[in-house]
Ligand binder design. Structure first.
Ligand code: GTP
Ligand code: MG
Length: 172
């Protein structure tokens, strides 16, 4: 990175296993759909939102035994992106609990949240209204948050999501 450039704000991408975080990040960075396996630890990559703004995205593994490690990634994060599989209503309650736990960390106080409702390509995908309800978003009146649908598989809504994330960060 050249002198005088501001450093790329860190964004953490969390959510239950199988929600599509790694597929999403790979698609965002390479434009391709890649075969993924469950993430042990994390993946990281930088993404240019526009000519002047780059974000460093940390994709953290979401399997049950990975969730206790989420706390190691919260320092210095300027936004939280929380991904859910909108085609899997059976895991919304588990997602709600995981979100509540991570948001209770005081290092995230004042940090904006983007909920990404992934797998919108699936015919049974839940609406963003339904997902907001099931995640209990009304329990966070002071949180600056947004929700957007996307499909990592089809490449829909990825750039828009991170444009919104960059705007949320700037607004702070
Ligand atoms: N239909 C559909 N499938 C998707 C989409 N995004 C990801 N998948 C599939 O969901 C599965 C899990 O994707 P991953 O990206 O590995 O999930 P992850 O959130 O990184 O999982 P962990 O690393 O275990 O936390 C894979 O089979 C993907 O192909 C999508 O937008 N639509
Ligand atoms: Mg992964």
């Amino acid at each position: 990175m050249g002198q005088g450039q501001t450093k790329s704000p860190q964004v953490i991408l969390m959510g239950l296993d199988n929600s599509g975080k790694t597929t999403f990040l790979a698609r965002l960075l390479t434009g391709q759909v890649m075969d993924t396996s469950p993430t042990i630890g994390f993946n990281v990559g930088s993404f240019n939102v526009d000519k002047r703004t780059s974000l460093t995205i940390w994709d953290i593994g979401g399997q049950k035994n990975m969730i206790p490690n989420w706390r190691y990634y919260l320092d210095d994060s300027k936004a939280l992106v929380f991904m859910v599989d909108s085609s899997d209503p059976s895991r919304m309650r588990e997602a709600q609990k995981a979100l509540r736990k991570v948001l209770s960390d005081e290092r995230l106080r004042g940090v904006p949240l983007m909920v990404l409702a992934n797998k919108a390509d699936q015919p049974n995908a839940m609406t963003i209204q339904e997902i907001s309800k099931q995640l209990g978003m009304s329990n966070y009146p002071h949180l600056q948050w947004q929700i957007q649908a996307c499909s990592a598989l089809q490449g829909v809504g990825l750039r828009q999501a991170f444009l919104s994330v960059a705007k949320l960060i700037k607004k702070r």
